[in-house]
Design a binder for this molecule. Structure first.
Ligand code: MOS
Length: 734
């Protein structure tokens, strides 16, 4: 209920408070899902498929069942139809992939659960799982784009066209026509994929880390065929998620069923390796980008076609070109998206899902165009800057892209750059500087919150939001403190429990904007009950004391701009309701940034380092500069990692991942991350939502890879169009 009574921030919503839960996290008393101790817990272990596609011919459980301490073994023969078919999130459902857990003998991908052993201890369950003999009828899987068995599909509803691209491109004086690719990557947060289930009569409580508690609750109810009101999901803390914990995975219903059969709590902690198959990941992508400009740099034609990987069961298409093609003014535009259906688990969201790979391709091509024009890459973006997106002609609610380039460029020292590739050598090191735009849709969702004000000035705020490490507790406390004019120390927060008012998924960088808005609305209702007009903040406690009331509690739900009324009811059934970005009928809302990288490549060894990175971001109101800074720096580090280190290697014979562990999956260490600076450019946007928040969760990652690849070109004259960028790719100078 966007309303006029929301007062302006007076300070608390903007202070770098320490984390609300800092002490609990440091002293170890914060309980994550697998830390919760339940009496008489049995332990589960998943056995997963060791083929990429086929059918289970036989399962021999005898040796496994004879091990003392084994209680039960779930297989497709004993589960089968007990778990109902549900839709993937992408088709309006809840699950990460729509393959039914232990639903049949069919194997859709390597790593699919084929049995779950339940035993008195984790060790016994693991040992027994290793003694299950399975034989398969094996079919040849499609592992990636070039597999014979992959089915390509052009997604015509995602086509974009403005003007006449082909004619404009053909006649243009300066053009770029290039292909790019990005690899498979996996987010493996510190906290493993854990689930604990306990039944009390016909009521089920689930402890599971998630980015969307109500998704787990309603999806699980559908899978188990029970009333969702009998299910409660709790997670007070999540040890990292980044998109991987935004879905209901294969494991939860299995653990729930095992606990019901046993009449005991059951705990599953999937292994690190299993985490590579259980949930979403960033699949490999391919891109064809064509850009044409006049000699002054003004864009005449842009085209971006993407190829993505999806699974046989579900079609996921991220379509990041819906944004890249709207970044700059241009009269002739064309966009296409294609998917290859493969025998892999369904890919999904990973920090900046479509924006990171499509942004790498487009912002690399733009750098190529700048060199072709002999124009500074910042100036190329300035020449084509626009306050109106060029496809539907909608105004941006706010856009501070060039302010970001100016702020980051100044901090980086860009004016000292000499343009020619290889011209900035420093002794044995080839030095290169590159930059790229960062962008992310400003999405906002429906949320609800409850706020209680007591006459002693204490405030309690609750919403079923999620603390992923991003600072949700702290943000919630700050908003309530400011809106009711109390010191933050007097505010307590509850989140991470489906018994609380429903909140948006902690994804799409939408959490803070959405939940803050609901808290503001609840505080506003309290002020109204106290007869305050909403203009002043400092007098709610005084008014409370005068009123003679002991406690006021108000509940509020908010609907985001662009969402239909029925979406509010959908929120109470675990439906993702989020809008914004480039999918509104009346306006475009995006967060912008500019990112700069310095690379150093050793002349003889070709050692490749990012020696400095500077980013500047304009994201509307920043509620907590400390946690926001952490998000942006963390995003930039991940961007460096995604440019130089991360790649999940696929074995084409069986569509498995070869380096599915944190020893072989290359990640940066401290020595790889030298100097990272994130600048927050002030920006006011009163349209995006009542809080004026645009979100910082993902934008920090988006421009890094292109900035680094562009810097590698500047250092060496060698244009690298395929991530990750490794030493072997810069072995010779151009
Ligand atoms: Mo994010 S990839 O929406 O958690």
């Amino acid at each position: 209920m966007a309303d006029t009574l929301f007062p302006k921030a007076t300070g608390t919503m903007g202070q770098p408070y320490r984390r609300y839960e800092a002490i609990e996290k440091v002293n170890g008393s914060a309980t994550y899902a697998s830390d919760v101790k339940l009496a008489k817990t049995a332990h589960a272990y998943l056995l997963t498929s060791k083929i990429g596609r086929g059918v289970i011919r036989s399962l021999d459980l005898i040796k496994a069942s004879m091990i003392p301490g084994v209680i039960d073994i779930l297989t497709h023969q004993t589960v089968g139809d007990e778990i109902k078919q549900t839709q993937a999130l992408y088709s309006g459902g809840y699950v990460a992939d729509s393959v039914r857990p232990l639903g049949s003998a069919e194997i859709a991908y390597w790593g699919q659960p084929v049995a779950m052993v339940v035993a008195e201890s984790f060790e016994i369950a693991r040992e027994a799982a290793g003694k299950i003999d399975i034989s398969y009828d094996i079919l040849e899987p499609a592992s990636s784009f070039d597999s014979a068995a992959a089915e390509m599909e052009a997604l015509e509803p995602m086509n974009m066209a403005v003007g006449d691209f082909s004619a404009a491109f053909a006649g243009a004086p300066v053009k770029i026509d290039a292909r790019y690719s990005t690899p498979v990557q996996h987010h493996n947060a510190m906290e493993l994929f854990a689930t604990q289930c306990v039944w009390d009569g016909d009521h089920l409580t689930v402890y599971e880390p998630g980015q969307y508690l109500n998704n787990i609750k309603y999806g699980l109810a559908e899978q188990l065929g029970i009333d969702a009101e009998r299910i409660r999901i709790i997670n007070r803390y999540v040890g990292g998620a980044f998109g991987a914990k935004g879905f209901l995975t294969q494991r939860t219903a299995l653990v729930a069923i095992a606990a019901r059969r046993l009449g005991r709590p059951v705990k599953l902690v999937a292994t690190r390796e299993q985490g590579f198959f259980l949930s979403a990941y960033r699949a490999e992508t391919r891109h064809h980008v064509q850009l044409a400009a006049d000699p002054t740099g003004r864009l005449i034609a842009t085209r971006h076609e993407g190829w993505e990987i999806t699974s046989r069961a579900d079609t996921l298409a991220l379509g990041g070109n819906a944004i890249t093609l709207r970044l700059y003014a241009c009269p002739n535009i064309e966009g296409r998206v294609n998917v290859a259906k493969t025998d892999r688990s369904t890919p999904g969201f990973m920090r900046g899902p479509g924006e990171v790979p499509y942004g790498f391709a487009f912002e690399s091509a733009l750098d190529e165009l700048a060199y072709a024009l002999d124009l500074d890459p910042i100036e190329l973006r300035r020449v084509n800057d626009t306050q109106v997106e060029p496809i539907a002609g909608l105004p941006y609610t706010s856009r501070s892209l060039m302010q970001c380039f100016d702020a980051a460029g100044t901090a980086f020292g860009w004016e000292k750059r000499t343009a020619a590739p290889g011209s900035m050598r420093d002794g044995d090191w080839l030095v290169g500087w590159g930059c790229a735009a960062a962008f992310y849709p400003t999405q906002v969702g429906n949320s609800a919150a409850r706020v209680r004000l007591s006459s002693d000035g204490r405030v309690h705020v609750s919403s079923a939001g999620h603390e992923l490490g991003q600072g949700m507790y702290t943000m919630m406390a700050q908003v309530a403190a400011e809106q009711l004019g109390v010191p933050i120390e007097q505010v307590t927060v509850s989140l991470g429990d489906t018994d609380l008012p429903p909140a948006i998924v902690a994804g799409g960088s939408a959490g803070t904007a959405s939940v803050a808005t609901a808290i503001m609305a609840a505080c506003d209702a309290i002020r109204r009950r106290l007869g305050l007009d909403g203009a002043g903040n400092g007098n709610a406690v005084a008014a409370m004391q005068k009123s003679g009331l002991g406690t006021i509690e108000e509940f509020a739900e908010t609907r985001a701009h662009g969402l239909p009324p029925e979406s509010v009811q959908g929120m109470y059934r675990g439906r993702v309701a989020m809008s914004g970005g480039v999918h509104l009928p009346d306006r475009a809302q995006l967060t912008f940034g500019a990112q700069f990288a310095e690379v150093r490549i050793h002349a003889r060894t070709r050692e490749l380092r990012v020696s400095r990175a500077v980013g500047a971001f304009a994201a509307g109101r920043i509620i907590n500069p400390r946690t926001a800074h952490g998000q942006l720096v963390g995003g930039m580090i991940w961007g460096i990692s995604s440019a130089l280190h991360e790649q999940t290697e696929i074995d084409p014979r069986n569509a498995s991942y070869i380096n599915a562990n944190l020893a072989d999956y290359l990640l940066p260490v401290n020595a790889d991350i030298a100097d990272v600076q994130a600048i927050m450019v002030p920006e006011e946007d009163n349209l995006v939502n009542a809080a004026g928040v645009k979100g910082v969760g993902e934008v920090g990652t988006v421009g890094m890879a292109a900035a680094i690849a562009n810097a590698v070109y500047h250092a060496t004259g060698k244009r690298l169009r395929d991530l990750p960028l490794r030493i072997e790719h810069v072995l010779e100078e151009a």
